[in-house]
Design a protein around this ligand. Structure first.
Ligand SMILES: Nc1ncnc2c1ncn2[C@@H]1O[C@H](COP(=O)(O)OP(=O)(O)OP(=O)(O)O)[C@@H](O)[C@H]1O
Ligand SMILES: [Mg+2]
Length: 243
């Protein structure tokens, strides 16, 4: 496995709170890593660090061997290898297609090509029929699908997903999960945070459990779900954990 993303003993403190505590984690090219953990365990903090929206207090993060530095402009090339879908996606003003071409326009991709790529990404999530609609008129599920298209159209190497199917009906979830698999089949790497355990089992090649900022167990989904090695993972999975 070629390592794409590597976290090396990453700690992130916010004042007295240690949101992440010496976490080491790798994601290989074409791998889907599922991150699980109770509310407040550090999942979004980890994704924000991997997405260069924040910097570790200690430790380092590498993408294709290059150390990330969220504060340096010289990291634009690294930044452009990453796309992130936030826990609560927003839409930009204007039409659906304009939302979908947004990142490509920033990257100065020629208009016709941007439009063609955006239409393809919208088709992947069943929104091509709504390309001309004002984005603010979309339903919640459609907004989440649009957020996916807006990220996937950039063809990032690393896609970071923060509960990207939360509050969606099964049909929307299936459509987005298919889109994730297509992304992975084209060689992309995914780190996905989810509270949906069956989804982690279905989608991830490897899962990791965060508790109070510590990565307590990682492993292939079948082993993790069927015979977790740690007491913490067993308690988390059978719902008896107290935190
Ligand atoms: N900017 C910040 N300032 C202060 N504390 C923060 C900040 N960001 C996160 N935290 C704290 O760090 C801890 C981890 O937060 P994080 O958002 O990573 O949790 P999470 O696992 O994503 O939870 P959820 O499942 O509820 O989304 C929490 O205690 C949170 O309050
Ligand atoms: Mg979160």
């Amino acid at each position: 496995m070629t390592v794409l993303l590597a976290l090396e003993k990453v700690t992130r403190r916010f004042g007295p709170v240690t949101a992440l505590d010496s976490v080491s984690l790798e994601a290989g090219e074409g791998e889907i890593v599922g991150l699980l953990g109770p509310s407040g365990s550090g999942k979004t903090t980890l994704l924000r660090l991997a997405g260069m929206l924040d910097c570790p207090t200690e430790g380092r993060i590498l993408l294709e061997g290059e150390q990330m530095d969220a504060e340096g402009d010289r990291n634009l090339a690294t930044r452009r290898k990453i796309a992130m879908i936030l826990q609560k996606p927003v839409v930009f003003r204007g039409s659906v297609i304009r939302n979908a071409t947004y990142g490509l326009r920033l990257r100065k991709v020629e208009a016709e090509e941007a439009r063609a790529r955006a239409m393809e990404a919208l088709r992947d999530v069943g929104l091509d029929g709504m390309a001309g609609r004002a984005a603010h008129t979309l339903s919640g599920g459609e907004v989440q699908r649009l957020a996916f298209a807006r990220a996937a159209v950039l063809r990032p190497k690393l896609l970071l997903l923060d509960e990207f199917t939360a509050n969606l009906d099964p049909a929307n979830i299936t459509m987005l999960e298919k889109a994730v698999r297509r992304f992975r089949e084209s060689g992309g790497t995914v780190v996905m945070v989810t509270h949906n355990l069956p989804q982690a089992r279905r989608q991830a090649d490897r899962v990791g459990l965060l508790l109070s900022g510590k990565l307590v167990e990682t492993g292939p989904p079948q082993r993790f779900f069927d015979s977790p090695e740690t007491k913490e993972a067993r308690e988390f999975l059978n719902g008896t954990m107290v935190w």
